[in-house]
Design a binder for this molecule. Structure first.
Ligand SMILES: Cc1cc2nc3c(=O)[nH]c(=O)nc-3n(C[C@H](O)[C@H](O)[C@H](O)COP(=O)(O)OP(=O)(O)OC[C@H]3O[C@@H](n4cnc5c(N)ncnc54)[C@H](O)[C@@H]3O)c2cc1C
Length: 456
């Protein structure tokens, strides 16, 4: 690979997690001189337990390696692009079937060795509270320290930096039963009478039994550092609002709480009965293509198996495929569609890039991917070279475009999934979903290989 001429150029990277370490390596490989700031072990977060670089905070699995799964395809693309962390994860692998699970200590140790031995990377163990003026990548993660978060919020505007995930489940559009669901906006206020929402109607009995199951379902206990979310008090400089309460907590306030809240049927006439149903669950487009839908107002803390069990009781969603489960936890992230360009540069300050969970991607592989992109681009921008933005046929290209162009009003973090990729045109409508995923995966890896070869 051509090393850029900008040998004297500096990049400051804040946060030595998954994204920051990948970014540091990529920027240095491009020829930039990198200073990587990591505050641990001097100052710890509420979830990390060591001072290790690239500590995996929870699971030791980076996800599946199967190419016809979102994460598996992204990992393959990262491998093609020479990701350091994916290579070291493969070298630290422990047996886990088709998943890329690692010995977390070995993984962190090899990352530290590679980064600290790189001639163009310096590591400083220090909390950064002010954003540096020069070329900078902020990759301080979901548990960004409070002082830095305040600084980021000053740059982005307070309402464009979020401190928690209150996420409703997302389902695949093609798995919704349209014999039961119907399109309509409240009082027909959608576009051209088509209706912007899908609505799943419930009669009185269906509503009662759904509420009963929802209240009794098992939920996830929040950790100490996430406690604020549940109690609607200050956390990370932000206040949590009533509208972010988990749907099961709202349901627990009384039999009719949801029927008068997110499940209210007013203004939604079911074309099959000509009447408003007793209650409805509304589904809103999650992507511009209309392949993904989120359950409006259904942010939840139920365990994943319980979400499968209880939400499949909703008429029309009996066979729905959940591409993402609902969840509520502490998470610092930007309103990326309003703040970031696909290069991960900030719209209003081009020498400031973001990477990792802060950008609104999810999952270890997604965080590594944005680190790779931001690291390469920071060095390329310094050297006045075109930026690296893979085509939309690739998982990385689609993911980046999603986070930077999604509807900003409802933006929630996203992980790699096949619903983000452009459709494959096939004459035979009965081709099984897995076959289509296989074809999309082949198209993606080919597109990434060609783009990478031409670009480097
Ligand atoms: C509790 C928890 C569990 C998770 N479990 C999983 C999981 O099992 N699987 C999964 O795929 N994803 C999981 N995630 C989501 C996400 O994938 C991980 O958090 C991932 O590590 C994020 O990568 P990152 O590089 O953005 O942030 P991190 O890996 O957290 O790295 C950010 C780094 O920045 C440092 N830092 C913060 N502020 C400053 C500052 N001011 N100055 C200097 N350094 C600073 C932190 O110490 C940290 O090392 C989890 C998240 C949390 C919070």
């Amino acid at each position: 690979m051509e090393i850029l001429k900008a040998q004297n150029e500096q990049v400051s990277i804040i946060g030595g997690g998954l994204a920051g370490c990948e970014a540091a390596w990529q920027a240095a490989q491009q020829g930039a001189f990198v200073t990587l700031y990591e505050m641990r072990p001097v100052k710890m977060t509420g979830a990390h337990t060591t001072g290790n670089l690239a500590e995996l905070v929870c699971s030791n699995s980076l996800g599946t390696l199967l190419h016809d799964r979102g994460t598996g395809l992204l990992i393959e693309e990262l491998r093609i692009c020479g990701s350091l962390l994916i290579q070291l994860a493969i070298e630290s692998r422990v047996p886990a079937g088709s998943a890329l699970a690692v010995d977390r200590d070995k993984f962190s140790a090899t990352v530290l060795a590679a980064i600290s031995q790189h001639p163009r990377i310096k590591i400083i163990r220090q909390e950064v509270t002010q954003i540096p003026d020069g070329m900078t990548i902020i990759s301080s993660g979901p548990l960004t320290s409070d002082d830095l978060a305040v600084n980021i919020a000053q740059l982005t505007g307070k309402d464009r930096l979020f401190f928690y995930d209150a996420v409703a489940p997302i389902v695949s559009g093609e798995t919704i039963d349209m014999e039961k669901a119907f399109s309509a906006s409240r009082y027909g206020r959608g576009e051209e009478d088509e209706g912007d929402y899908l609505n799943c109607p419930l009669n009185k009995e269906q509503y009662s039994s759904f509420i009963n199951e929802l209240i009794r379902a098992e939920h996830i206990e929040l950790k100490d550092f996430e406690y604020d979310i549940q109690h609607g008090v200050k956390a990370g400089g932000s206040v949590f609002f009533e509208r972010c309460l988990p749907v099961e907590q709202l349901a627990g306030r009384g039999e009719k709480a949801l029927a008068f809240g997110p499940m209210r049927p007013t203004g939604l006439t079911d074309p099959r009965t000509g009447r408003w149903p007793h209650a409805i669950v509304q589904l809103r487009h999650e992507d511009t293509k209309g392949d993904l839908y989120n359950l409006v107002g259904f942010q939840t803390n139920l365990t994943y198996p319980e979400q499968e069990r209880v939400f499949h009781l909703i008429p029309g969603l009996e066979k729905a495929l959940f591409v993402r489960y609902g969840q509520m936890h502490r998470n610092t992230f930007l309103c990326a569609p309003e703040i970031l360009q696909p290069s991960l540069q900030m719209n209003t300050r081009h020498n400031l890039l973001f990477a990792g969970q802060l950008t609104g991607v999810e999952g270890y592989a997604g965080n590594i991917a944005t680190g790779l992109l931001a690291g390469i681009n920071a060095a390329r921008i310094l050297a006045d070279k075109p930026v690296f933005i893979p085509p939309t046929e690739t998982m990385l290209g689609s993911l980046i475009r999603y986070i930077t162009s999604a509807n900003a009003d409802h933006f929630q973090p996203m992980k790699a999934n096949f619903g983000l990729l452009p459709e494959i045109q096939v004459a035979n409508k009965r081709v099984p979903k897995r076959q289509k995923y296989q074809w999309k995966a082949e198209r993606a890896t080919k597109a990434m290989q060609e783009y990478w070869n031409a670009w480097k």
